[in-house]
Unconditional design. Sequence first.
Length: 315
Amino acid sequence: MTEPLRIVFAGTPEFAAEHLKALLDSPYEIVAVYTQPDRPAGRGQKLMPSPVKQLAVEKGIAVLQPPTLRDAAAQAELAALRPDLMVVVAYGLILPQVVLDIPRLGCINSHASLLPRWRGAAPIQRAVQAGDAESGVTVMRMEAGLDTGPMLLKVSTPITAEDTGGSLHDRLAELGPPAVLQAIAGLADGSLVGEVQDDSLATYAHKLNKDEARIDWNRPADELERLVRAFNPWPICHSTLNGEALKVLAASLAEGEGTPGTILEASKDGLIVACGQRALRLTRLQLPGGKPLNFTDLFNSRREKFATGTVLGEA
């Protein structure tokens, strides 16, 4: 009887933890888990373990959290594990060539994009923001470049008009793990051959930041509607109303025109705001100190705040 493959897993967020769950339920031997060092989180800024670390500790798997894999000691520690394969999912650290060469079968990565479309940190949100018709997961053999390796396997899903960054994330987190298991089997028996990426089709999916979530009402309404969906649940699009912060969690396209940022109409159906082209109907908002509410509820209780002619985004 052949020995099970010895796999080292490297990942950090919830998306990666879903992949680790599938591997832990597989016949393969997970010899160690690599994840980012614990980070301060929440109001108390207490050090919090990543979702991957939490799962690994719960299952009794050894956890390693080197701040870098570029130093010789960390590389020797990995080599001592004698991995047949390293599976990397949203790990967040660069793997130098010396690390990629350690496992007998190399390193594979599950990336939340139909490569080469979106390489980089935020492929899920950028696909929604750009209005892509579909997304998916690509399992690739890793190279030293950023998401540049040969593609082993792809699974796809349509992006609907209702999808948010959160809903697409959750769907891809279901699609990715079975694809990784299928790719591992194909690598182990030699049946899977990688397809080289066409670099000319690649776009860089920049990391998300709160500044770009600030709504510029001069932009066309269709761009802003996609941005609101893409940035939900993080970093959440925002503007100001009478100098106070206003978070926008859901919106749809509407007819109307006026000076960008101006409230054209408020009703139980939503808050219609003029944009650079057309208008946006805001349907779910959050006021300072409050919880997210459908606009129907805000209109019933706080309608005086949403007077026609008020301009959003003014200091």
